[in-house]
Design a protein. Structure first.
Length: 95
């Protein structure tokens, strides 16, 4: 069930993806940190850049993870859904 959930999926550049493969989460975190996509690198580590930068403002809505469990996946999925709603200004639509 969790394998194909949005919260369990992330973008990685092909060379990094090859190295990360199906390794354990703790080993993948090393590779995630190298990714140019901040939503991916933030899984392993939240970083700050300057003062009041877009990354720092985004960090308020992000969380890094020490382990990868069903709870982590569900938490990340809710986080990504919240980000998508913020970006596209999505509101619940009643029919």
């Amino acid at each position: 069930m969790y394998k194909n959930m949005l919260g369990n999926l992330t973008l990685l550049e092909k060379p990094i993806n090859i190295v990360a493969g199906n390794d354990f989460f703790t080993n993948k975190c090393t590779e995630y940190k190298k990714c140019k996509y901040y939503l991916t690198s933030s899984i392993a580590e939240i970083t700050t850049v300057g003062k009041n930068s877009s990354i720092n403002r985004m960090n308020i809505k992000l969380e890094s993870f020490n382990d990868w469990t069903s709870v982590s996946i569900e938490k990340r999925q809710e986080m990504l859904i919240g980000l998508a709603k913020d970006i596209w200004k999505v509101e619940k639509y009643e029919v």
